[in-house]
Design a protein around this ligand. Structure first.
Ligand SMILES: [Zn+2]
Length: 278
């Protein structure tokens, strides 16, 4: 795994995927050893001290003093994928902008505003002493993490919708190409769930500009699918972004089956308790 340090501020503006509200998020350089600081609505807190919620079809990070950042996962996946663990993330608005529905635009901007970290600038990693797992029996979903010298994610999804079906993919940040193989994988929604999502006030900023729309037999994708298994790649992207909520790089082997943000967040909370930081 390589790590990078921010050398200048970078900002991203656009509308939120769920709220449809315009917002700007800025990522600023941090001091060595500072970790990740979050700022929003006048409040500031270290990421590792924040609460998490994964129930709104995205991940929401709750600052201890009030205020929150919604839909953090694609920005955080870009930070994790590039290995940036010392920075301040400042959000003006309720939700991180969706941009192109994946991590590509975030990763391009962050890569240009950072440089490889020096030997004395490496973040401290999180090791697992024992296996940790979380499960949702009603959905047949499980995520398990095992001790391993490097982060290594395996993800399996299964959908009735034919364009997705069953997909499995592996990602090892130390070996695989984040910018080429993972960052461009876009978020997706099922056509069958759109009415329900909109009724819940979700996906209000979603469109074919930033998401794939999956029917029972076909998929609407601007420019076509970027990878035959773009869906499971996006799930790995989401998990990578949610693991960033630890505030430090995890060394562990992770197997996820039919999971989502709710279980990802429960796993992170359990990992934090196991590491004694919660
Ligand atoms: Zn996502």
């Amino acid at each position: 795994m390589t790590f990078r340090r921010m050398v200048e501020a970078v900002s991203f503006s656009g509308t939120g995927l769920h709220t449809g509200v315009p917002a700007t998020v800025r990522v600023l350089p941090g001091e060595v050893g500072q970790g990740v600081l979050l700022r929003t609505g006048g409040g500031e807190a270290p990421l590792s001290s924040c609460g998490l919620s994964g129930t709104g079809r995205g991940t929401e990070v709750l600052l201890p003093g009030g205020g929150s950042l919604r839909t953090t996962e694609h920005l955080f996946a870009a930070l994790a994928g590039l290995g940036i663990y010392s920075a301040t993330v400042e959000l003006d608005g309720p939700e991180v902008p969706c941009l192109d529905g994946c991590s590509a635009a975030f990763a391009r901007g962050l890569a240009a505003a950072s440089r490889p970290a020096g030997a004395d600038e490496m973040p401290k990693g999180v090791d697992l002493a024992v296996p940790v797992a979380v499960e949702d029996e009603t959905r047949g979903a499980v995520v398990a993490a095992f001790p391993c010298p490097e982060l290594w994610i395996t993800y399996v999804i299964r959908y009735e919708e034919r364009p997705i079906g069953t997909q499995m993919a592996d990602f090892r940040p130390a070996r695989d190409d984040f910018l080429g193989e993972l960052a461009p994988a876009r978020t997706f929604a099922l056509a069958s769930e759109m009415d329900d999502l909109r009724a819940r006030g979700l996906a209000l900023g979603g469109s074919l500009e930033n998401a794939l729309l999956v029917g029972t037999e076909d998929v609407q994708a601007l420019g076509g699918l970027r990878f035959p298994d773009e869906f499971v790649r996006h799930k790995i992207l989401d998990l990578l972004g949610d693991l960033y909520l630890l505030g430090a790089p995890l060394r562990g082997r992770i197997a996820a089956l039919r999971s989502g943000h709710t279980l990802h967040c429960r796993l992170v909370e359990k990992l934090k308790r196991a590491a004694g930081t919660l």
